[in-house]
Design a protein around this ligand. Structure first.
Ligand code: R2B
Ligand code: URA
Length: 346
């Protein structure tokens, strides 16, 4: 395959709706422009190609899906055949996601109680045990596991599910946990800027050997609305709005000195955390940048609502409190999301 020489052009090149990182080593792997065209569309998709979405629905920008009569969502253990998903999931308006199955199950029961919803919490029957979906009224609660790779697999399949079910005006919440820089355990963090571990407000991934970047766009209106609801109805939750940093690791990647490996000193850890604080970061977790980048690409309103399970200025552990404070506050993000949902349920 012949290659382009691309050294003189800027670092990020716009290609097919993405920005592509023009790393010198990409000289070896970036195919010629005509060849790129055959795999990634340079032009916005035509109306016909995007007929699966409108202004209110999920934006699936993949023309190859249009012709599929049967599609498998393998990690959800769900198959789309004809309009079966529309019948089952057509009324879904809210998706709540968070790391663990148990917390998402508890969130579903909390929604049922707090919103007075009829019918049982339904565990969507699946032969897979990757992700567990609980359905209650117009709400899905589903775990996303730990970290960006697990989250992006889940989001791809949830977006397809919502699109196939013709759901409109869906709002998705990450009801997560995080470490804070100076906020006590139990505080709520609403993300108004999501950065990666190099403090860039983007989500990068490698596609066809190229590094591509998506902006981690935030829905500021949604953040403000959640903050107002929280401050007026949950004043003991100590809600802060600020920058969340997502890392690719919980231990060394977040500067901990408690992992199996540690190549830095405790003093370096402390200096690093204070430097992060100085640049405006108030929380550290493992998904925010990808969550906001992919949800905005799918044109779904999204908010990160995290509860603090460790204040990193106090230590590295998350379960070292004697009165099990973390377990008691873990559902706070779900309580706040339910207050928001309440406003929009008819
Ligand atoms: C918060 O907690 C998890 C790590 O324990 C990770 O998924 C995150 O973002
Ligand atoms: N989740 C993280 O990723 N880090 C923390 O410190 C706590 C929860």
């Amino acid at each position: 395959m012949s290659t382009n020489k691309v050294r003189s052009i800027p670092s990020y090149l716009p290609v097919g709706g993405y920005k592509v990182w023009n790393h010198p080593s990409n000289d070896l792997i970036i195919p010629k422009r005509t060849e790129i065209k055959r795999t990634i569309k340079d032009e916005p998709l035509t109306e016909e190609e995007t007929s699966i979405s409108n202004d209110h629905s999920v934006n699936l920008s993949n023309p190859y899906l249009r012709s599929l009569e049967v599609d498998r969502l393998p990690h959800l253990g769900i198959i789309k055949e004809g309009n079966n998903l529309e019948r089952k999931f057509g009324g879904i308006k809210f998706v709540c996601t968070g790391e663990s199955v148990k917390r998402m199950e508890r969130a579903a029961y909390l929604m049922k109680k707090q919103l007075n919803l009829d019918g049982p919490v339904e565990l969507i029957d699946s032969d897979r045990d990757r992700f567990s979906i609980y359905k209650i009224g117009p709400i899905l609660c589903v775990n996303h596991g730990i970290g960006v790779p697990s989250l992006t697999v889940l989001l791809n399949e949830i977006f397809k599910l919502l699109a196939y079910a013709k759901c409109e005006d869906v709002v998705i919440f990450r009801l997560g946990t995080c470490g804070s820089i100076g906020k006590p355990i139990g505080s709520i963090i609403l993300t108004n800027k999501a950065v990666d571990d190099r403090q860039r407000p983007i989500f990068e991934q490698v596609v066809l050997g190229r590094v591509v970047a998506l902006d981690a766009k935030i829905d500021h209106e949604l953040v403000q609305e959640l903050k107002m609801i929280g401050d007026s109805e949950l004043s003991d939750y100590n809600i802060s709005v600020g920058t969340t940093m997502a890392t690719n690791d919980f231990y060394e990647g977040q500067g901990r000195i408690t992992g199996a490996f540690c190549e830095h000193t405790s003093a370096e850890r402390n200096r690093h955390l204070l430097a992060l604080k100085k640049s405006g970061i108030i929380s550290i977790e493992m998904e925010a940048n990808a969550f906001h980048a992919l949800c905005s690409k799918a044109r779904i309103r999204a908010a990160t609502i995290d509860v603090v399970t460790s204040d990193r200025l106090q230590g590295d552990m998350i379960n070292d409190d004697t009165d099990n404070k973390c377990a008691m506050v873990e559902l706070r993000p779900a309580v706040l999301a339910a207050k928001y949902i309440q406003k929009y349920l008819h």
